[in-house]
Design a protein. Structure first.
Length: 198
């Protein structure tokens, strides 16, 4: 079995966002987790990768012992199979997620961009500017992502300091263009992420 063209595009987007690859012996599996609020979004991802998964999504509850608060998340994992091995080599170094040097060739589809944004993007409350939570990536990696956004999608961005890290900031003037590109691929229930104010 091989990944379809659509599966590859979704995989690229979600690896830039919330998804993780896990090495299990010689092969690799894809792990997807989302909050209860994003249950339908996770189920959409599951439907896209169901031919590679051993079981349907399940609800996981975690109790914070300090506050007794219950946190719910939805989860599924694929089989550990060789088709994910090449993505592990691209996106991981010493078991830490990185930005591949050839990301400009990989991130060139509006579907990938939409998945990345649904995973890790949000609109500011005080204006129409958007942020991509790229905090976990190094500053130089984020600059590569900026170049990719500009070259492949004509989206200009800046880098904003957020506490001790940086993330990609898409100003209001560019946000309208960004949302227009990804809107056809936004999953039902995730529209709030692109609901810009007039």
């Amino acid at each position: 079995m091989q990944l379809s063209s659509e599966q590859k595009k979704i995989l690229i987007g979600t690896l830039l966002g919330d998804a993780h690859l896990e090495k299990n012996g010689h092969n690799v599996r894809l792990r997807i987790d989302h909050t209860e609020k994003q249950k339908n979004y996770l189920k959409w991802k599951y439907s896209e990768f169901s031919n590679f998964t051993p079981s349907s999504p399940r609800l996981i509850k975690t109790i914070d012992k300090r506050s007794d608060n219950v946190y719910k998340r939805w989860h599924f994992s694929t089989y550990s199979i060789d088709i994910f091995n090449s993505y592990w080599k691209l996106f991981y170094k010493d078991k830490i997620k990185i930005i591949p040097k050839n990301i400009i060739k990989l991130l060139n589809s509006p579907l990938s961009l939409a998945v990345w944004y649904m995973d890790d993007g949000y609109k500011r409350n005080d204006c129409n500017a958007l942020r991509l939570s790229t905090d976990s990536f190094k500053l130089e990696e984020q600059k590569i992502l900026q170049k990719c956004l500009e070259k492949n999608f004509n989206i200009r961005s800046t880098l904003h300091k957020k506490r001790d890290s940086w993330n990609i900031y898409i100003p209001s003037l560019e946000a309208t263009k960004f949302c227009r590109i990804i809107k056809p691929y936004i999953i039902s229930g995730m529209e709030y992420k692109i609901s810009l104010t007039p």
